[in-house]
Design a protein around this ligand. Structure first.
Ligand SMILES: CC(C)(COP(=O)(O)OP(=O)(O)OC[C@H]1O[C@@H](n2cnc3c(N)ncnc32)[C@H](O)[C@@H]1OP(=O)(O)O)[C@@H](O)C(=O)NCCC(=O)NCCS
Length: 394
């Protein structure tokens, strides 16, 4: 019998070590615990016990998620791990149930996470809500076009000087793009700890004298030569982002620049004379979203101009969400009218931030069509101009 309960302050470090062990990493050192502990909020760290022994853990923190036309309160789920000798016995299932109940009780209509493996979370109602790409560029072959945006200055800072600046710049960057989430002080503390000492920070200042973008990168020396690995790059506008890329691709002695976790619609290839020099080497799932309170979550976003559509949502894990929803530009209501489309709550996550069109999910077999006219309407209702992107690990 597995018991799940919120852990006391005194149990948090043990639970964090259990999580690190599950990820095949070492237990936390005293120094790293001092930097990490702020991210474990007592009351939101759950422990699963078998015969009184801690065998699994999962935690969440309060955050917000940008959705089309607004923001929604979201529980950011992380620190999920089960002791290796207790896996596949329902420990995670017990943790997920308790955690989704807790998220709901706190009034967060949405839970979100980054998944270690893609096969785990759909059964609990999570679905891929945004994706990101990895790009690699051979520096010697890259030439920027004359019409690529230009303006402002880039300066290099050491870590100590950059640490106090970056939170403010982040707030100015892409806060309206669906998928954006907040980064609080404990997040930044964990970020610097994770990166280590080798990182360099470039900051862009716009023509108005305001810092409006940054890149956090790390030179790496390997068998394929020297690369500049870009861990984080954010800009308030296209000029800031283009200038940061221009800077990174101009760093002497680097053979290659590798951009991790970049948005799918970043126009990097459009800024180059030879677009093939921007090689996309990975496209992966970014943010997984769980609509915990389907009505509340759907009401938090706006919709495009189209006829309203009645959608039947299935939700085996949180069955009180199941039923019809009338979704239109004028708002969202529960509905008992005949449903035109039907889908699982995990597939709804793929529409929620605008990552996928309803018609793509129809072709994928994830949306059932009872009224064909509703497919185009749903495409127009859910579509967004910008591709969703989170770009923040947690
Ligand atoms: C992933 C992990 C948390 C699963 O815990 P668990 O206690 O074994 O999971 P459960 O026994 O509750 O399994 C629930 C369901 O998920 C499935 N499942 C569990 N882990 C899975 C995985 N890695 N891939 C695919 N399916 C998985 C189980 O088969 C079970 O399926 P069912 O609903 O058909 O019965 C655990 O294996 C672990 O700690 N892994 C290493 C750390 C990690 O990856 N953490 C996640 C960080 S995002």
């Amino acid at each position: 019998m597995i018991d799940v309960r919120a852990l006391a302050e005194s149990e948090l470090r043990t639970s964090h070590d259990l999580f690190l062990r599950a990820l095949l990493r070492r237990p936390v050192s005293d120094e790293n615990w001092a930097r990490t502990s702020g991210r474990l909020v007592a009351g939101r760290v759950l422990g699963a016990f078998d015969g009184g022994e801690l065998v699994g853990t999962a935690r969440a923190t309060a955050n917000e998620l940008a959705v089309p036309g607004g923001r929604v309160a979201a529980g950011a789920v992380t620190g999920v791990g089960v002791r290796a000798d207790r896996t596949r016995r329902g420990v995670l299932r017990g943790l997920m149930r308790a955690q989704l109940d807790e998220v709901r009780q706190r009034g967060e209509p949405v839970a979100m996470l980054h998944a270690s493996e893609a096969g785990i979370y759909e059964r609990f109602g999570y679905g891929v809500a945004s994706r990101h790409r990895k790009v690699e560029l051979e520096r010697a072959r890259v030439v920027f076009r004359d019409d690529a945006p230009r303006g402002g200055q880039v300066r290099v800072l050491d870590r100590g000087a950059a640490e106090p600046l970056l939170p403010g710049i982040y707030q100015r960057c892409a806060v309206d793009r669906a998928g954006w989430i907040g980064r609080d002080e404990p997040w930044w503390s964990g970020f610097w700890q994770y990166l280590g000492d080798g990182v360099v920070v470039a900051v862009h200042t716009g023509e108005d004298g305001v810092d409006d973008g940054f890149a956090v990168y790390e030179p790496k020396h390997g068998e394929r030569g020297t690369s500049v690995d870009v861990h984080d790059l954010k800009g308030a506008d296209a000029t800031a982002v283009a200038e940061l890329w221009r800077f990174l691709l101009g760093v002497d002695l680097a053979d290659r620049v590798v951009g991790h976790v970049r948005p799918l619609d970043e126009p990097l290839e459009w800024w180059l004379t030879d677009r093939r020099q921007c090689r996309v080497t990975e496209v992966e799932d970014d943010l997984w979203v769980r609509l915990v309170d389907v009505l509340g979550a759907l009401r938090a976003r706006t919709y495009g101009a189209a006829e309203p559509v009645v959608v039947e949502v299935r939700d085996a894990f949180l069955p009180d969400n199941a039923g019809g929803y009338r979704i239109g530009p004028d708002g969202v209501e529960r509905s008992t009218a005949a449903p035109q489309l039907g889908l699982d709550v995990s597939a709804l996550a793929a529409l929620y931030l605008g990552d996928q069109l309803a018609s793509t999910l129809v072709a994928a077999g994830r949306v059932e069509v009872r009224d064909p006219a509703a497919v185009t309407a749903a495409d127009r209702l859910f579509a967004t101009l910008e591709t969703p992107w989170c770009g923040t690990g947690f």
